[in-house]
Design a protein around this ligand. Structure first.
Ligand code: HSE
Length: 291
């Protein structure tokens, strides 16, 4: 039997819609696999009642097929589905790493990214590498159709998860079809600033580079209290705040020593709007690993 831990991830980071992602040091899913004549799946933990145990409908089923690796699979969810924290990507990444090892398939982690993305497509409807790439590689990742670029990064983060459910398909439906030239210029500038900030582990550059005015404002309307929580986090010292993935989780980048007060401000901010929330004080973390 093999056990793998795969981390939560935060995609987009504002200016990198469908491109940027980071692995978080927590929360995480834990997956156990053992060889079996046919695939069976059981799911426990956060939000497990909403996750299908039929492999054909679950994110891990497509990974099993792609690797031709039937197994008894048990997933302990630390990451609630529909959170914006890469819940399905974590399970897909964990399955890809575990089954590749169990059946000695010999794929590299980079090759496993596109295999895990097939699993993601089962739940998201379309394949996005921006969550599975950091879930497998760790650090900060830039996922484009031409490949994934990986940068180790060291940043202090808070992720605040309100008790709201936003499906990825709903969050994608509100994204405008096009952008104006001035919006494109702003986004390119911010994305480049963020990338330089990741290279330098600079929370101020990363925070500035997370600003984005096309996708994020459209999606903010789906998250009760987002604007207030955003402002509270900045007042408490965060250098940048944005929606994590498709939401509803909210990601804040913090200078050293500010996580506790930013986390408290974000939870209070949601509470001011009558929404329960919990905050994770975390960092940029490593990718999936065998335990
Ligand atoms: N980039 C995706 C989105 C993340 O924001 O819709 C979910 O796969």
């Amino acid at each position: 039997m093999l056990t793998v831990r795969a981390p939560a991830t935060s995609a987009n980071l504002g200016s990198g819609y469908d491109v940027f992602g980071i692995a978080l040091s927590g929360p995480a899913d834990v997956l156990r696999v053992e060889k079996a004549p046919r695939t069976t799946l059981s799911v426990t933990g956060a939000g497990s009642q909403y996750i299908p145990e039929d492999p054909a409908q679950n994110t891990v089923g497509a990974v099993v097929d792609a690797l031709d690796a039937p197994a008894r699979i048990r997933i302990d969810k630390g990451i609630r589905p529909a959170s914006g924290l890469g819940s399905s990507a974590a399970s897909a990444a964990a399955a890809a790493l575990a089954l590749n090892e169990l059946y000695d398939r010999g794929y590299s982690r980079e090759e496993l990214v596109s295999i895990a993305a097939k699993g993601e497509a089962v739940v998201a409807g379309e394949a996005h590498d921006d969550n599975v790439a950091p879930a497998l590689l760790g650090g900060f990742t830039v996922a484009t159709p031409d490949g994934v670029t990986h940068v180790p990064a060291d940043l202090q983060l808070v992720v605040c998860l309100p008790d709201i459910v936003v499906s990825t398909s709903d969050a994608r439906a509100v994204v405008p079809d096009g952008v104006r030239l001035d919006e494109m210029v702003e986004t390119v500038g911010n994305a480049a600033t963020l990338t330089a900030g990741m290279e330098r582990d600079d929370p101020y550059l990363v925070g500035r580079g997370m600003r984005e005015s096309v996708v994020t404002p459209s999606r903010a309307k789906l998250i009760d209290g987002y604007g207030h929580v955003h402002d509270r986090a900045l007042e408490a010292g965060a250098t940048g705040v944005t929606i994590s993935g498709a939401g509803p989780a909210v990601l804040a980048v913090c200078p050293e020593g500010f996580k506790r007060r930013v986390a408290a401000a974000m939870v209070e901010g949601f509470d001011d709007r009558g929404v329960e929330a919990r905050a994770f004080q975390t960092t940029v973390g490593e990718g999936a690993r065998l335990l």
